[in-house]
Design a protein around this ligand. Structure first.
Ligand SMILES: *Cc1c(COP(=O)(O)O)cnc(C)c1O
Length: 417
């Protein structure tokens, strides 16, 4: 798809390195037709306060200095870029992995959690809250809150509390309060509603740490900025290793934060293809996947206009993925835009395919990837086949798979019966 001049102009501004421009972009929160603020009236003052303070944070040398101090000394950044030597031979490509799995707590989520908890502290807030599904974002937020000395409350659907007992204990160990949510079907969607309700009442002393590039403006921009460090590091590391740019970059897409994070530094390098892997689940039927770009429609949910999986009445549907981190019925507004203008190509990868990549990469490369990440790895393998000459590729290894080992063991054992 040829990108229109008008959009190229916007992409040029969008792709600037925020740690150099020190400016919130887009100022109005719109990515083409998507984004904006579609929140209840009670949350508007909180969002305005957040926007004002985030702009101040970006301009404040001490704050940025501290952020990079914590990136280095707490998160473990810069994360490595490693060549996947055996996988490269096996799949016939030059494959480089951006190792977000080596971060503290094991995924990219800590980049955003640390950034937002620091921002909250700078805003003079005493407390942070967050929603969590499987518990990954909850654990990252509780970890950052412990480090920076803020109180922490995590909202989690009662069903998820039951399924993810170990993560619940982890959060409690880190000093957080975990509130089981009993409304709706007692999962992530309901936990998010409850967290928003809390925030509306307690905004004076509380910041709401959203876990992906979703929600009302300025959240998608803030989360993207904190994750964009992935791409800025990776671009430099890739060039140092290969003296060139990748032919394509691949990342998995749930809400879309690790993908936006790695894509951002490449947005205007038009010779670099950007590929997003969505969760294709079990089938194309509604409720059997969570590929919001492939199967979603334009709608309004959790404060933003984007693509969501919904029924004909606009009701948000239950979704499915083998990986809890991709199990969200929507995608961030910036992704909806990048899809619409044709800058990023999105494909869905089925549970079974992700599982294959999970096992193959573990055995060939000695890295157990998160099940989320396995979607990106499978897409990379498929895409390589379309190249005559060995392509150079960059994969965002968003997290480690230790958390998934028990579940995979259970699934594979059942298959053998
Ligand atoms: C949460 C998670 C994801 C999905 O979230 P995004 O916001 O789409 O990045 C992907 N990978 C891992 C390891 C995760 O924990």
């Amino acid at each position: 798809m040829k990108i229109k001049k008008y959009h190229k102009k916007f992409l040029k501004k969008l792709s600037k390195n925020v740690w150099k421009t020190k400016t919130l972009f887009p100022e109005d929160g719109y990515y083409g037709d998507f984004g904006g603020i579609y929140s209840p009236e009670v949350l508007i003052p909180a969002l305005e306060e957040l926007e004002k303070n985030y702009k101040k944070f970006l301009k404040d040398k001490t704050s940025i200095h501290e952020l990079f101090y914590y990136y280095k000394n707490f998160c473990g950044r810069p994360s490595l870029l490693t060549k996947a030597e055996r996988l490269s031979k096996e799949w016939n490509a030059e494959i480089y992995l951006k190792r977000e799995d080596l971060n503290h707590t094991g995924s990219h989520k800590i980049n955003n959690a640390t950034g937002q908890v620091l921002l909250a502290k700078k805003m003079g807030k005493k407390r942070v809250i967050a929603e969590t599904g499987a518990g990954q974002h909850g654990v990252a937020t509780a970890t950052a809150a412990a480090k920076l000395g803020l109180e922490c409350t995590i909202y989690m659907g009662e069903e998820d509390v039951r399924r993810q007992n170990l993560n619940v204990y982890r959060m409690k160990l880190l000093g957080a309060e975990v509130v089981p949510v009993t409304s709706g079907n007692k999962t992530l969607k309901d936990a998010t509603n409850e967290a928003m309700r809390d925030w509306a009442k307690t905004v004076e002393y509380t910041h709401y740490v959203i876990g992906s590039v979703i929600g009302p403006h300025p959240f998608p921009a803030i989360v993207r900025d904190f994750q964009s460090i992935i791409g800025w590091e990776a671009k430099k590391q890739f060039y140092q290793a290969t003296k060139r740019l990748p032919d394509f970059v691949v990342a998995c897409v749930g809400g879309g934060s690790n993908a936006i994070g790695i894509f951002h530094s490449f947005l205007v390098d038009y010779e670099v293809r950007l590929l997003g892997a969505e969760a294709g689940g079990i089938s194309n039927q509604p409720g059997m996947n969570s590929a919001s770009i492939e199967f979603g429609e334009v709608g309004y949910f959790h404060g933003t206009k984007s693509l969501f999986i919904q029924n004909s009445e606009g009701q948000i549907q239950n979704v499915h993925s083998i990986s809890a981190g991709l199990d969200y019925p929507g995608v961030g507004p910036e992704h909806a835009y990048l899809h619409q203008i044709g800058r990023v190509e999105y494909f869905s990868v089925r549970d079974k395919e992700a599982l294959d990549a999970f096992v193959e990469v573990s055995q060939i490369e000695g890295i157990i990837p998160a099940l989320e990440t396995a979607h990106a790895l499978y897409l990379a393998k498929q895409e390589i086949r379309n190249y005559k000459k060995k392509p150079y590729i960059l994969v965002c290894l968003s997290g480690r798979g230790d958390k998934d080992v028990a579940e995979v063991n259970r699934i594979l054992q059942n298959q053998n019966l």
